[in-house]
Design a protein around this ligand. Sequence first.
Ligand code: AMP
Length: 122
Amino acid sequence: MKYDKNNIFAKILRGEIPCKKIYEDEFVLAFHDVNPQKKVHALVIPKGEYVNLDDFSSKGSEKEIVGLIKGIGIVAKKLGVSEVVNGKGYRSLVNVGENGGQEVPHLHFHIFGGEKIGKMVS
Ligand code: AMP
């Protein structure tokens, strides 16, 4: 699985393209989706070069994997969609590859919230 260093999220990570940043730490960057599908639609990406969840789960270090999952929890709280914060929760999903409908080849977790998200798969 070859990583394309010119994908749009790699450019965001390098600061070559702006984003509406929500949170950043050693392991993750989170920002608002440019084309939100719900009232709240954010993306959480690892800082490392991983094409998708298959790539990350096989090659990511334990620190990176923990860092990403922790990052998703932190971002959900910051956005006010965490069940701990609003009692209602949110949906997080990852698209992988062609069948998954993945458009950007850098692993990203979507966070949808702020309203009922609806059917799991349409
Ligand atoms: P996926 O189909 O899972 O690969 O989702 C890619 C997501 O990235 C889509 O929801 C896009 O709207 C979003 N996206 C693409 N370019 C940008 C960008 N420059 N800033 C923020 N979100 C983006």
